[in-house]
Design a protein around this ligand. Structure first.
Ligand code: GRF
Length: 202
């Protein structure tokens, strides 16, 4: 299974996916694309001798023009699976539809709660006592595709957004490689807007 990872920043989830693609898993990270030239994830990719590309938005470029260039960059890698790992751009519907059932994202909340940004602070402000991360198939509506796997963490009274983010990140690194593994084993599909593992609805 050829896996392509899209990033904008640190790439700790990229690292977890790279590390998870060991000899027992029929998946290989064949490339990393960033929209930011200084993303630390690009350094991680180089350390693992993985090919990288940058697709940087031009000033005044429309979303659809950017997404056309992104699609061209992606096609060079002929991926089976596209893994969004902190890729901080909103994608056009047309772009997303081209990769239906083949593109996944990780979001730092227990979806459907807290789509969008600042999820850790929002969970604290709401007085929640648990929080977490979700891996989901990407559909045109932001952070709204069918959930594949979630990990929960407690929220403690002394938490701030930083301590909570750390706890969530640790869980992200456990669940994202597992989902990639399932996909590479052909156990995971999206059909009629729902996710299935081993033919059972998730
Ligand atoms: C993670 O919190 C992920 O849930 C969100 O972006 C962050 C990426 O972190 N989508 P990293 O770059 O993988 O360290």
């Amino acid at each position: 299974c050829r896996v392509l990872v899209l990033i904008s920043g640190n790439g700790s989830n990229l690292q977890a996916v790279i590390d998870g693609c060991d000899d027992n898993v029929h998946a290989e990270v064949v490339g990393v694309i960033s929209n930011k030239p200084d993303a630390y994830g690009l350094v991680r990719a180089h350390h693992s001798e993985i090919d990288t590309s940058c697709v940087i938005a031009h000033q005044g470029e429309t979303r659809s023009d950017y997404d056309i260039r992104l699609k061209q960059a992606i096609d060079k890698y002929q991926p089976d699976l596209i893994v969004l790992a902190g890729f901080m751009r909103i994608l056009t519907d047309e772009f997303v539809q081209q990769f239906e059932g083949r593109m996944i994202n990780i979001h730092p909340s227990l979806l459907p709660k807290y789509t969008g940004l600042h999820t850790h602070q929002r969970a604290i402000d709401a007085g929640d006592n648990q929080h977490g991360a979700s891996v989901h198939f990407v559909t045109p509506e932001l952070d709204a595709g069918p959930v594949i796997l979630q990990a929960k963490v407690p929220i403690y009274p002394e938490d701030d957004a930083t301590t909570l983010a750390e706890r969530v990140h640790e869980q992200e690194h456990a669940i994202y490689p597992l989902v990639v593994k399932w996909f590479s084993q052909n156990r995971l599909i999206m059909k009629d807007g729902a996710a299935y593992l081993d033919s059972k609805p998730l």
